[in-house]
Design a protein around this ligand. Structure first.
Ligand SMILES: [Zn+2]
Ligand SMILES: [Zn+2]
Length: 287
C-alpha cells in the first residue's frame, strides 16, 4: 500500500492523462492519489471517473480532488488545495485568467529564444486552442530536449527558462496569502508545496509559513523530492511546532529520468497513515 498526494496530468504540464495516471497507480500499488494540476481543476472529473472505473474492477483507488496554485513572485510559491470543489466559480475564474496570461508569456519566451538563435518549431508546442493544456515553461523545456539543445528539463530551466536566463519573461501572480484564502473559499485544505524550492534560510522559512497560517494555511508538504532526510526533519519540526498538517507526494510529471516516481517518496514518511487521516478529517471540516 502506498499513497501519492502530489501528481500532475496532461491537464497541466504532466505527460500522462488521468486514465493513464490511474493505470500507473494500480501498477505501482498506489491506493490514494491526489491529482494536483497547476492552476486548473479541469482534470478532476476525468480523474474521478478513471479512479471509479478501477474501483468497479476491484482495485481500491481513492482519488482526492486537488489543485496546485502558483502564487507570489513569478509564481514560485505553490499552494496545494486538497478536497477542492472543482466547480467553484471564483477559483475557476482565477485559474482561467492565469492560464491566459501564462500562454501569452509562453509565446513571448519562444520569441526571446528566437532572438538568441533558437527557433522552437510550433509543432513541438501544445496548440493554443487545445482546451485542457496549460501552456507553460515545461512544454518549452521538453521542446528544447527534443531539439537536442539540452538533455533534461532541469537543464532547460537552468540555461534558458529561469529568471536571469535569455528565454525568461516574468509573469505576475496573486500573492501566496491570496491563493490560500481562495482555496479556503473553494472548500479546500491549503498546504504549502515543496517549501525547499523557495530557497529560504530556516530563519526566514518558518516566519513565512506562520504568516501564511494566519491567512488560512493548514499544512506543509514535508515529504517531497526537493527535501532530503535532514530538510524533511526540519520541515516536520516546523509543521509539528505550529499545529500544521503533514503531507507528502512525488510531484510526478511523467518525465523519463526525473527523480519523481509515482508513489515513491524520497525520504521515509513513517506516520503517513496518521497524517492522511488528519488530512481527511480537515477536508471533511473544510468541504
Ligand atoms: Zn509545485
Ligand atoms: Zn507539482
Amino acid at each position: 500500500m502506498a499513497l501519492d498526494l502530489h501528481a500532475h496530468s496532461t491537464f497541466s504540464d504532466g505527460l500522462l492523462s488521468p486514465q493513464a495516471l490511474c493505470a500507473l497507480a494500480q501498477k505501482k500499488q498506489v491506493h490514494v492519489i491526489a491529482l494536483c494540476d497547476h492552476d486548473t481543476t479541469d482534470g478532476l472529473f476525468p480523474m474521478a471517473q478513471a479512479a471509479q472505473e478501477l474501483v468497479q474492477q476491484g482495485y481500491p483507488l481513492r482519488s482526492i480532488a486537488s489543485v496546485e496554485l502558483s502564487a507570489g513572485e513569478d509564481g514560485r510559491t505553490h499552494i496545494l488545495g486538497y478536497g477542492v470543489d472543482p466547480a467553484h466559480e471564483a477559483l475557476r475564474a482565477s485559474c482561467a485568467a492565469l492560464r491566459h496570461k501564462r500562454a501569452s508569456r509562453g509565446l513571448q519566451m519562444v520569441e526571446a529564444l528566437r532572438d538568441i538563435g533558437i527557433e522552437v518549431p510550433q509543432a513541438l508546442l501544445p496548440s493554443m486552442d487545445s482546451q485542457g493544456q496549460a501552456f507553460g515553461r515545461p512544454h518549452i523545456a521538453r521542446a528544447l530536449i527534443h531539439m537536442g539543445i539540452v538533455h533534461t528539463v532541469d537543464q532547460a530551466f537552468d540555461r534558458y527558462l529561469n529568471e536571469g536566463r535569455p528565454g525568461y519573461v516574468p509573469l505576475a501572480h496573486q500573492t501566496a496569502s491570496e491563493a490560500v484564502a481562495l482555496l479556503r473559499e473553494a472548500g479546500a485544505v491549503p498546504v504549502l508545496a515543496h517549501p525547499l524550492r523557495l530557497h529560504l534560510s530556516p530563519e526566514l522559512l518558518e516566519p513565512l509559513i506562520l504568516s501564511l497560517r494566519d491567512a488560512g494555511l493548514m499544512g506543509v508538504e514535508v515529504f517531497h523530492p526537493s527535501a532530503g532526510r535532514r530538510d524533511g526533519h526540519h520541515l516536520l519540526g516546523i509543521a509539528q511546532r505550529n499545529g500544521l498538517l503533514v503531507t507528502g507526494g512525488s510531484d510526478f510529471h511523467g518525465d523519463r529520468g526525473a527523480r519523481a516516481k509515482l508513489g515513491g517518496l524520497p525520504t521515509g514518511w513513517q506516520h503517513w497513515q496518521e497524517d492522511l487521516a488528519a488530512l481527511e478529517e480537515a477536508m471533511a471540516r473544510c468541504g
